[in-house]
Design a protein around this ligand. Structure first.
Ligand code: UDP
Length: 326
């Protein structure tokens, strides 16, 4: 297949490109390099451009052969930042995606896999979140993704644009060969922050955001899913659209919840050291518990996550952070 990966210089996008390439597909990356890295684009050409600039998208489609599949990762994705800068989140995530969709319709492209998020669910009232749960986001990031999910329904009805939204729970880990990995500036995610605190000899001491949540140990519980398992779901989702006509959504997680303190303890086993931390105030917009029920993705897509143990996931991230190449 000829695949366009928007946001292919980023964390999830670059792992996607490696998987596509190793499976024999051709990849073109489109990225504005705002958070992505030129060095992470290793499996196909990089077109530097912005989904907010309509001319950039027009040129992209004008200069390439037809794409068999389009995978769209370009987004602003920090919950806390979205609370402070909702304008940027709605503009980039909603308006930028509309620009892409309109270009797709104009150029006769009808297959999209879209990065959505567990944040569309807000603070769910059930332990395991399946696709029947109401989408009630509690921050502008989640709201921006929910709006795009709804737009995709309408674009299918009006224009026949087929799509799969994949709602990631907590993406983590790295390529086991350590060619690519997670690198955000500033880093806000738990596992890289734990490992960076270890590598800094506790100079960048880990902060645990909140210990009075209604959970067993008072810290937030999340469902950590390996980046390569997410990537494989995108490929399966693209294949799903060959035989299914519609706008679909699937939740992607391992189905097990780990508290922040559980993750720290698993990381201690991986690195072989005790990890110090300070308890800080809870972050704005963080729900207490988010754990997926991914039964539908398993059944419909035939998806089976390979990394089921949190320590194995952390070990791949540790392999990357000890020797970051960019
Ligand atoms: N967290 C933390 N310290 C950090 C980073 C994150 O305590 O340095 C907590 C955060 O409050 C949340 C969980 O770890 O409860 C996962 O946060 P992350 O940013 O990795 O992912 P999110 O769930 O926000 O997408």
């Amino acid at each position: 297949m000829n695949v366009l990966v928007l946001g292919g210089a980023g964390y999830i996008g670059s792992h996607m490109c490696k998987l596509l390439s190793t499976q024999g597909h051709q990849v073109v990356v489109f990225d504005n390099l705002s958070t992505g890295h030129r060095e992470a684009v290793k499996w196909g050409p990089l077109i530097v451009g912005d989904i907010l600039v309509k001319d950039d998208l027009e040129n992209l489609f004008a200069q390439h052969e037809h794409f068999d599949l389009i995978i769209h990762f370009c987004a602003k994705s920090l919950v806390g930042e979205s609370v402070k800068q909702p304008n940027d989140y709605y503009r980039n995530n909603v308006v930028g995606t509309l620009n892409l969709l309109d270009q797709m319709v104009k150029t006769g492209h009808d297959k999209l896999v879209f990065s959505s998020t567990a944040a569309v669910f807000g603070t769910p009232s059930v332990e395991f979140i399946d696709e029947t749960q109401p989408r009630l986001p509690i921050n502008p990031y989640g709201q921006s993704k929910k709006i795009v999910e709804d737009i995709l329904q309408d674009y299918f009805q009006a224009f026949g644009l087929k799509s799969v939204c994949l709602r990631y729970f907590n993406a983590c880990g790295a390529d086991p060969d350590a060619d690519i990995g997670e690198r955000h500036e500033p880093e806000t995610h738990l596992i890289p922050n734990i490992l960076k605190s270890v590598l800094s000899g506790s100079q960048q001491k880990l902060k645990v955001f909140g210990n009075a949540y209604p959970t067993a140990d008072g810290t937030c519980v999340r469902d950590y899913i390996h980046i390569n398992d997410l990537a494989s779901a995108h490929l399966l989702a693209g294949q799903y659209l060959d035989n299914n006509q519609g706008a679909y959504a699937f939740n992607l997680g391992n189905g097990s919840g780990f508290s922040v303190l559980d993750v720290i303890s698993a990381a201690e086993h991986v690195v072989g050291n005790k990890i110090d931390y300070d308890i800080e105030e809870a972050r704005a917009g963080d729900p207490p518990v988010l754990v997926a029920d991914a039964t539908l993705a398993r059944q419909a897509l035939g998806w089976e996550p390979q990394y089921k143990e949190i320590e194995k996931i952390i070990a791949t991230a540790w392999g990357w952070h000890q020797n970051e190449r960019f």
